[in-house]
Structure formats: structure tokens, C-alpha cells
Design a protein around this ligand. Structure first.
Ligand SMILES: C[S@@+](CC[C@H](N)C(=O)[O-])C[C@H]1O[C@@H](n2cnc3c(N)ncnc32)[C@H](O)[C@@H]1O
Length: 330
């Protein structure tokens, strides 16, 4: 866990400075060590002007508290409380049983007291439409924009308006290890979920990142700047059926779960021998469907595809898996 090391005299002024930058980790205690004070900071804080240390021993405030122990509600309602929630940067996102709707403010406040470094709690009601827009409501605190760090990359987003999946971390890591010296097209780029880690870690020649949702596109551009990869990523606003270039990519990422109708565009973007990463939500009973769709769409363009990999990413719904199929298209 990271901390900033300061002298006793300057500790209060630095602590205030960290608070004003939302960088103080309020879940951990200040620690005195070798005549210095270690002030705990949040993971994503870039502290060039301070001495950073990694603490061997971390001390937390109120470890034993749970939302159930904080809330003063009947036992029968406590049984309906969720056991988990998502934390993106300093925002908590929670889904509630509809029978607890009338307790949403109390639940939100309880979570804020459990995580003092967080500023807002959002109630999540799912995701809608082609642009994958979340349906969310503030139930405690305020401010919905945040910056989170994942796999050495920074992602800025408005959690009220944009989704951020953490269930596909392994796939994002895998993508970050591919693409060196290549030309890549990311047809459903979002805020840069795959494009940014690939640009940061693999140094492709170029990534063309296409996004239709103007809000996501705005953050994609901000994240390119934040991660200093403007020399690698070319962001394009628009519909990938209209703006995907032809026969120029060594690799194409199709990270959209209902993307089968876009397959012809993904395939035609590839140079002979190029690699396609095609995502789909697939019912268990028809698990060969994405493979058949890739083979069929390639054949329709007079090309042939060889399946070189298939991975389950996460459970999408009962009996339905989010999978990614890798294919080489000649
Ligand atoms: C599911 S999100 C990105 C998912 C991301 N790869 C992840 O793992 O979390 C898919 C993105 O594709 C965008 N999108 C949907 N249809 C599109 C289209 N026709 N052209 C370009 N972008 C599109 C949506 O706005 C959304 O930002």
C-alpha cells in the first residue's frame, strides 16, 4: 500500500494538500516510522513532488464494521443486503434488492462511512442499449467523475454515464501483451478499455479506436492524453460500420457482445494473415455459434478463417457466457 513520507512538521499541510486532491486514503491510519510520518494515499495518485513509500505494515480504521452492523434496520431487511459492490476510483456502485429501495439513502450513507476515501454511492439498475449506458442514481454523496488505475493505466470516466467492467480484467491484460509493432483496429473502443493498455504496454505502430457514444468518445480522448499515448492511438468518433478502414489491420478487436452483424466490417479490415478477437454472449447449448459466424462471414468475403483460440471471459447470464474467439483470417 502506498504512502507519502513527510517530516512531522509538514505532515498536516501535506495531509490537507492530499485531501484537496482527493488523494488521501481515509481508510488507513497515518503511521509514525523512523521519525517520519507516512500518510496513506490512494493507488492512482501521481505524487512526483513527494517521497513515495510502500508501507510494510498498514493500519486500517474500523476494520470490523460492515454495512449490516452500521445500519439500524430490521433483521429481515439486513438479510437482503448485498454482500458485494463495485468500487471505481472513489465511487461505490451497488445494486439493491427492490425490497430495500426505501432504505437506499441509509445504505448509501453507511457505505460512505465504511469507505471514507469514497465520495459518492450510486444505485445501479443495469445497462441499456447499443451504447451500453448504465441506469444509475446517486444515493449518497456527490460527484460521479473519477479516475481509476488498472494494469498500470489510468481511466477517467463519469460512472453515472459510462460502464466499466472489471470482470474482464484477464482479457484486458491479455490484450495489453499483444500488438507490438502492429496496426490494430479497436471497433468498439469505449473509453479505451483495450486500446489504452495495448498502447501503454505493447507499443503498436498504430491503434485506430472507434467509438459511437459521444460521452465515451470524450473520455477516450482524455484517457489517451492521461496515458500519454497520443502518438499510438488515433481516435475516431462514429459508427464502425461506416468508418472501419479496409484491409489495413494486423489485428482487429471486436469487444461488443452483440457484434455479429459487424463481423463483415471486422473481417474486411484485416490484412491477409491478420488476427480477429471476436466477443459474443453465447448460450451454453450453442457454444459453437461464434465460431460458425466467423467462418461463415469470412467465406462470404471469399476469405478463409482458422480458429486459433477461444476463451470464456465471464458468466453473462444464467447459462450464457461472454466468450472471445481468436481467428486468423487469410
Ligand atoms: C461494451 S462497450 C466496450 C466494452 C469494453 N470492451 C469492455 O470490455 O468493457 C462497447 C462499446 O461499443 C460502442 N459501440 C456500440 N456500437 C457501436 C458502433 N456501431 N460503432 C462504434 N462503437 C459502437 C458502445 O458505445 C460502447 O462504448
Amino acid at each position: 500500500m502506498k504512502a507519502v513520507r513527510v517530516s512531522l512538521e509538514e505532515s498536516e499541510s501535506v495531509r490537507q494538500k492530499l485531501i484537496s486532491r482527493s488523494a488521501l486514503d481515509k481508510t488507513r491510519k497515518l503511521v509514525k516510522k523512523n521519525g517520519f510520518i507516512e500518510i496513506p494515499i490512494t493507488g492512482y495518485f501521481n505524487a512526483d513532488e513527494f517521497t513515495l513509500v510502500v508501507q510494510e505494515k498498514t493500519e486500517y480504521y474500523s476494520k470490523e464494521k460492515t454495512i449490516s452492523s452500521i445500519l439500524n434496520i430490521p433483521e429481515i431487511e439486513k438479510k437482503l443486503l448485498p454482500r458485494g459492490w463495485q468500487i471505481l476510483g472513489d465511487i461505490i456502485i451497488i445494486a439493491l434488492n427492490e425490497k430495500l429501495e426505501h432504505r437506499k439513502t441509509e445504505v448509501g450513507e453507511a457505505l460512505l462511512s465504511l469507505y471514507p476515501r469514497c465520495k459518492t454511492v450510486l444505485l445501479d439498475r443495469g445497462i441499456s442499449g447499443q451504447k451500453r449506458e448504465p441506469l444509475r442514481e446517486i444515493i449518497a454523496g456527490n460527484g460521479t467523475e473519477t479516475i481509476l488505475k488498472e494494469n498500470g493505466c489510468f481511466f477517467k470516466l463519469d460512472t453515472m454515464r459510462i460502464m466499466f467492467s472489471q470482470g474482464n480484467l484477464a482479457e484486458k491484460k491479455r490484450m495489453s501483451e499483444l500488438g507490438e509493432d502492429e496496426t490494430v483496429v479497436d471497433m468498439f473502443a469505449g473509453i479505451g478499455y483495450f486500446s489504452i493498455p495495448m498502447a501503454v504496454h505493447s507499443k503498436p505502430k498504430k491503434i485506430i479506436s472507434i467509438e459511437i457514444n459521444p460521452v465515451s468518445f470524450g473520455y477516450l480522448k482524455e484517457n489517451i492524453a492521461l496515458n500519454k499515448v497520443g502518438n499510438v492511438i488515433e481516435p475516431i468518433a462514429g459508427d464502425c460500420t461506416k468508418v472501419t478502414p479496409c484491409e489495413m489491420a494486423d489485428r482487429v478487436i471486436m469487444g461488443y457482445l452483440n457484434g455479429h452483424e459487424y463481423l463483415p466490417h471486422g473481417i474486411s479490415a484485416l490484412l491477409p494473415g491478420g488476427i480477429l478477437h471476436y466477443h459474443e454472449a453465447v448460450p451454453e447449448a450453442i457454444k459453437q455459434r461464434p465460431v460458425e459466424r466467423i467462418l461463415e462471414a469470412s467465406k462470404e468475403q471469399g476469405r478463409s478463417a482458422k480458429i486459433i483460440g477461444m476463451h470464456r471471459i465471464k458468466k453473462y447470464a444464467p447459462g450464457v457466457w461472454h466468450v472471445v474467439v481468436d481467428a486468423m483470417v487469410d
